[in-house]
Write a protein that binds this ligand. Structure first.
Ligand code: EPU
Length: 430
């Protein structure tokens, strides 16, 4: 069993380069099959496991994928010859369901097994289905949890999303770009990765307007062509390093970011007493003394991102005073609290609220990564704590953080990956 081992207590110092955005990449990779041409995608976080699986799915569909360098791939979608994706591929990640929208857009057919992904509470896809049906598709869920979507002709239509959903916005966009006529997505998600996907689609010749607002208009075009496109920096990876800098009372320059995407995070860090300096494509975060308390409520963009909630909880766990965290997107995003409390934090959860009573010091402990962002929180906690922290289940972290150990090491952290025997194996159990 591979673990991340951290000897904490050293303030992070130096510079770190942020990778391309995972959640943009996961939407852009399937979008590439909408063209019958070649797309070159740059600034791709190629070594995270979610991206690797999306590339395997491309292969399964018949696309040719060529790795040009550590962050660039070429996708030749001319050879795509299937609209079927099996459960052994889709079970690993949520975003595999973006292939439903993309395959519908390309073929008017998709047979894709229901997706897996981090367990953050129930993750229904009713809004995706509602959008596909509005465009004229029939969608059924068949044996073995296969989503079977068919459309003779996809036709543009108004689509009102009952709740702001990143995934449904992406999927409807993908299905609509080659539909006949105008699709208007109302109550659309406004996350930076939605804008990035729209920019990518437009680079391929699509006509998508209004991305980044809550009304997106898509005028269908007949054909899309290839393009070269560079993915935006990862807002959440950047935010994770920002919080880590503050939680260790360090001073870090975080490079290759879009400071505008980080405003909700910067604002809360400043409220906690950190200094945040913004440059054109970098931010510097420093904190010289103990953080102060602050309250957080997660909201769709431009609100405070739910994907930063566990990391921010670590800073608040060390803050002077009591803070309240209110989670309004996911019903089960406080599982990491049990792990943090093992390290000496004092956090009580009541439904969608967590009351965080700051303590002066966290102590290293064996903990696990319950999901991707919970894992990021464990790393920050381990870096800030005294003593040694061993994190299990780090495959969750590998889903979304590129070179995480190397990046933190370059900031002065004592952190390594290590293969340790699994106690169950030692006992002869499996
Ligand atoms: N929802 C429905 N019905 C739907 C779709 C969503 O009820 O058809 C609900 C969800 O249950 C949830 C809320 O709407 O309560 C928002 O869900 P959304 O669809 O926006 O989430 P998602 O697309 O499944 C993406 C990110 C998540 C991130 C959320 C919220 C990707 C691949 N995933 O998930 O990222 O937490 O948006 O911002 O983009 C992560 O990166 O660690 C991660 C979990």
């Amino acid at each position: 069993m591979e673990k991340i081992i951290i000897n904490g207590g050293t303030p992070l110092r130096g510079e770190v380069e942020i990778s391309g955005a995972k959640n943009a990449a996961l939407a852009i990779i399937p979008a590439a099959i909408l063209s019958q041409d070649v797309c070159v995608i740059e600034n791709l976080p190629l070594s995270i496991s979610d991206v690797c699986i999306m590339m395997k799915i491309l292969n399964q569909l018949g696309a040719r994928v060529k790795i040009i360098n550590k962050h660039t791939i070429e996708i030749d979608a001319r050879s795509v010859n299937s609209y079927v994706i099996s459960n052994d591929m889709t079970k690993h990640l949520r975003a595999s369901y973006y292939f439903i929208g993309a395959l519908l857009g390309r073929y008017g057919r998709a047979k894709v097994a229901l997706p897996g992904g981090c367990y953050l509470g129930p993750r229904p896809i009713d809004q995706h289905i509602k959008g596909f049906e509005a465009l004229g598709a029939t969608v059924t869920i068949e044996e073995n949890a296969i989503v079977n979507a068919k459309a003779e002709n996809l036709t543009g239509s108004p689509v009102y999303l009952d709740m702001v959903s990143v995934g449904a916005t992406v999927n409807v966009l993908l299905a609509a770009v080659k539909a006949t006529g105008l699709t208007v997505i109302e109550n659309a998600a406004k996350e930076p990765h939605i804008v990035d996907l729209a920019n990518f689609l437009n680079s391929m010749g699509a006509d998508v307007r209004g991305a980044g607002t809550d009304v997106i208009k898509v005028r269908g075009v007949e054909n899309l062509h290839g393009c070269t496109y560079s993915i935006i920096p990862d807002q959440i990876e950047a935010g994770t390093f920002m919080v880590a800098a503050a939680a260790t009372k360090g001073n870090v320059l975080i490079k290759n970011v879009i400071p505008k995407h980080l405003e909700s995070i910067s604002t809360k860090l400043v409220e906690c007493g950190a200094e945040v300096e913004e440059f054109d494509d970098a931010v510097r975060v420093s904190l010289g003394e103990r953080a102060g308390k602050c309250n957080i409520k997660t909201m769709p963009h431009p609100g405070f991102p739910t994907d930063m909630q566990p990391q921010m909880a670590v800073l608040l766990a060390l803050a002077d005073g009591t803070s309240i965290i209110s989670e309004s997107i996911w019903s089960n995003r406080f599982r990491y609290v049990e792990q943090l409390n093992r390290m000496g934090a004092s956090i009580k959860v009541d439904g969608q609220l967590a009351v965080v009573q700051g303590v002066e010091q966290l102590m290293g402990a064996p903990v696990k990564a319950d999901d991707l962002r919970a894992g990021a929180a464990m790393i920050i906690a381990g870096l800030a704590a005294s003593g040694t922290t061993e994190i299990e289940d780090i495959h969750h972290i590998d889903r979304g953080y590129e070179d995480v150990v190397a990046k933190f090491s370059s900031l002065g952290a004592t952190i390594k990956r290590e293969l340790r025997p699994d106690p169950n194996e030692l006992n002869g159990a499996s």
